[in-house]
Write a protein that binds this ligand. Sequence first.
Ligand SMILES: *[C@@H]1O[C@H](CO)[C@@H](O)[C@H](O)[C@H]1NC(C)=O
Ligand SMILES: *[C@@H]1O[C@H](CO)[C@@H](O)[C@H](O)[C@H]1NC(C)=O
Ligand SMILES: *[C@@H]1O[C@H](CO)[C@@H](O)[C@H](O)[C@H]1NC(C)=O
Ligand SMILES: *[C@@H]1O[C@H](CO)[C@@H](O)[C@H](O)[C@H]1NC(C)=O
Length: 234
Amino acid sequence: MRKQLFSAFFFLFCSISSAQTPTPAPSGPTNITAVLEKAGQFTTFIKLMKATQEADQINTQLNNSNQGLTVFAPPDNAFTNLKAGTLNSLTDQEKVQLVQFHILPTFIPMSQFQTVSNPLRTQAGNSANGEFPLNVTTSGNQVNVTTGVNTASVANTIYTDGQLAVYQVDQVLLPLDLFGAPAAPAPAPSKPEKVIPAKAPATTSDDTPADASAATATAVSFGVALIAAMSIKL
Ligand SMILES: *[C@@H]1O[C@H](CO)[C@@H](O)[C@H](O)[C@H]1NC(C)=O
Ligand SMILES: *[C@@H]1O[C@H](CO)[C@@H](O)[C@H](O)[C@H]1NC(C)=O
Ligand SMILES: *[C@@H]1O[C@H](CO)[C@@H](O)[C@H](O)[C@H]1NC(C)=O
Ligand SMILES: *[C@@H]1O[C@H](CO)[C@@H](O)[C@H](O)[C@H]1NC(C)=O
């Protein structure tokens, strides 16, 4: 009887302590998809990140670089608020740029936004060369992100671990480079689009300049080299 009671208590104790033990953090590097899935309401952004291979690239970068990353994540309603057809009007390469525009190549804690110098560099291109500029303005606790096309407000911090910061923004950040000219059609291609081979050679002039120039502009960080390498793969 005593033994049974003890067993019962022992069992109870074990159940309680195992219930209280937090599930161990998944081993290995941070997974941006898992972070956004857990936060909920980011299905469109996750889809875009997967379709453009950016999710994998971010995870690789988080595993390999110690500079960290900052992600501005628009929730699903920010995408539904876009003018109809906005995403569909973009080429695959432009979708990559749109996603990359939401990612800064350094970890920026909320408190640092007050002191960052504009324009901020994004993964989409080197703002120092006038590519894909992104500005942050702050007032008190409020942080706004301005693209030259629209202004989004940082709603809250979804995730931060000292290496990766993910902030929810209330609008999709529309880069000037893609949405700047009011409804200006892209320059007509010299050949009809259908004839262009799906696998454009990596030497195509419009495939590399952003990263190539970024790489020569400053000391090449490993991250930049990685981006360049992966862009060429696209
Ligand atoms: C990241 O998380 C997503 C969603 O939980 C999962 O499907 C994917 O396999 C994970 N990737 C890695 C590299 O663990
Ligand atoms: C993370 O980096 C380490 C060391 O470079 C490597 O061995 C490991 O396979 C990487 N893990 C993932 C999930 O990429
Ligand atoms: C941020 O944007 C909102 C809405 O556009 C505006 O009302 C507010 O004044 C802005 N705040 C800052 C700090 O720029
Ligand atoms: C961003 O900031 C830079 C430097 O202050 C400024 O020259 C530029 O006009 C700003 N762009 C936008 C869209 O606010």
